[in-house]
Design a protein around this ligand. Structure first.
Ligand code: NAD
Length: 495
């Protein structure tokens, strides 16, 4: 099975069949390490979205009435298929998204975890009940699927993020449509080839490639009951506003600007290593990447020396090559934006300790590379301190006390993640209690919740009520129905 080498136009998947899109417009998909065109992706039209929704609506009654124990069987098969094909999936992720092969394997592992958790749907979907809420009257709550639901996903985790949604949506009895990022559509083609083998009935899962018009068609389609979105904050807000205005449920995960606080009593070697992996891993293109390091008191000097050494020595290159620790960023446009923000930081008074701009990688002159970059004395009020850079750039700030550091953390608009490095349980407890962010790491740099916990972004990083993954996913994709029943015992005598 391979879809990685050809440059053909990618396909949509509707009614259990692969379709060539009739879209007038197509976009080129590039390998960001080489700038080579590896495929082209259609920008599917409103009519094609309608076809996918109609197919899903037609499949819904049969799927909803399939017992939940049977609905999870294709997911058990999908788990095995994903494991068996993990190497090809990882190579494809690296080719289109740029991260290293090991990072791509790690991404798939987190995706598979969600399939495993959703296999527990017979328990997860259970309601609750009371006998005799009044004399002879019982009450129960049951969960029922919504109908047709859709997800719109970003470029940075093409294998994992669709799996934050698809397994929960389908196992709970919904029909699901995916609109993947047009920058990384190849991994999804592989995923859907595996879904085809997993044996879901036709129409239960659909795939429509495209861009803004495709998204708008999903947001406006009366047949779609709920929208899951992951991407940048401006688009998350737009999707949330429009989905809810059209009467749909929405969960929209946005951008981030994640701080990490380093106290003087932290294990400095371990902390720096973890923070360097957080800031520069996946070329800084993780929504849980640390982009601001706040050192408290005398933590500064040792942290500064160690992070500079790591940033300088980190091997940058093609993610499929041995020994490479960091790949390119996603596009040329992205590289220019990142470098422009570093310029801005310097003009705002920050000092460049490691400059990753304008550097080529041997053998990959055309690739979209930015090397690790470290800035210090970044002004917390400046643009670079507030803007999501989404590249391998770490900004350093200083604080006198943990209280000052927490104030800096809470002064920001985003709330995806905040981390603390310390050997003090008391400091950790204060931090956990007071910090306004939804995912907290203590001596961890990427506090990614396991699939059985919600992915808990806050503030400008999330719009909605119920997050992705685990029980939140089940609640998001189901409606509660409460039934109150009276069955007088005299009626038993009529038999
Ligand atoms: P993006 O917002 O550009 O695109 C995300 C999706 O929205 C894509 O499918 C795209 O086709 C669609 N889209 C883009 N512009 C649109 C518009 N104007 N109208 C309708 N749809 C539109 O995001 P990206 O660059 O692909 O991904 C990176 C962003 O995602 C970063 O901001 C990152 O922090 C964020 N992200 C957040 C999380 C999280 O869990 N909070 C996880 C991963 C990525």
């Amino acid at each position: 099975m391979s879809v990685t080498a050809n440059k053909e136009t990618l396909l949509n998947y509707i009614s259990g069949q692969w379709h060539r899109s009739t879209a007038a417009e197509q976009l080129e998909v590039h390998n960001p390490a080489t700038a080579e065109v590896i495929a082209s992706v259609p920008l599917s039209s409103r009519a094609e979205v309608d076809r996918a929704v109609q197919a899903a609506l037609a499949a819904f009654p049969g799927w909803r009435n399939t017992p939940v124990v049977d609905r999870v069987q294709p997911l058990f098969r999908l788990k095995v298929l994903l494991e068996d094909n993990i190497e090809e999936l990882a190579r494809t992720i690296t080719m289109e998204a740029g991260k290293t092969y090991q990072e791509s394997i790690g991404e798939m592992r987190r995706g598979i975890e969600n399939v495993e958790v959703a296999c527990g749907m017979p328990s997860l979907i259970q309601g609750y009940n009371n006998e005799d809420i009044a004399r002879g009257i019982d009450e129960q709550m049951i969960r029922q699927p919504l109908g047709v639901v859709a997800a719109i996903t970003p470029f940075n985790f093409p294998g994992m993020i669709p799996l934050w949604f698809l397994p929960y949506a389908t196992a709970s009895g919904n029909c699901f449509i995916l609109k993947p990022s047009e920058k990384v559509p190849l991994t999804t083609q592989l995923l859907y080839r595996l879904l085809e083998q997993a044996g879901l009935p036709s129409g239960v899962v659909g795939l429509v490639n495209g861009g803004k018009e495709t998204v708008d068609s999903l947001l406006e389609h009366p047949g779609v009951r709920a929208i899951s979105f992951v991407g940048s904050t401006p688009v998350a807000k737009y999707v949330y506003r429009n989905a809810t205005a059209n009467g749909k449920r929405a969960q929209c995960q946005g951008g981030a600007k994640n701080p990490a606080v380093v106290l003087p009593n932290a294990d400095m070697e371990m902390s720096t290593q973890i923070l360097a992996d957080s800031a520069f891993g996946c070329a800084g293109q993780r929504c849980l990447a640390t982009s601001v390091a706040i050192t408290v008191g005398e933590a500064h000097d040792e942290f500064r020396a160690r992070i500079v050494a790591d940033a300088t020595e980190r091997k940058v290159g093609y993610g499929l090559d041995e020994g490479v620790a960091m790949g390119p960023v996603i596009t040329d446009e992205s590289r220019n934006r990142i470098e422009g923000l570093v310029d801005k930081g310097v003009s705002e008074g920050a000092r460049l300790l490691v400059d990753g701009r304008g550097r080529e990688v041997d053998g990959f002159r055309n690739g979209y590379f930015v090397h690790p970059t470290v800035l210090e004395e970044v002004d917390p009020r400046g643009e670079i301190a507030k803007t999501e850079i989404f590249g391998p750039v770490l900004s350093m700030m200083r604080a006198e006390t943990i209280d000052d550091a927490i104030e800096l953390v809470n002064g920001r608009a985003f709330g995806n993640q905040a981390c603390l490095f310390t050997n003090s349980g008391s400091a950790a407890r204060q931090f956990r209690h007071r910090v306004r962010a939804g995912n907290i790491g203590i001596n961890l740099g990427v506090a990614a919740p396991m699939a059985f916990f919600p992915f808990s972004g806050w503030n400008e990083s999330f719009f909605g009520d119920l997050h992705a993954q685990g029980r939140h996913g089940v609640e998001f994709y189901t409606e509660t129905k409460v039934v109150v029943e009276r069955w007088p015992k005299e009626w038993a005598r009529t038999f």
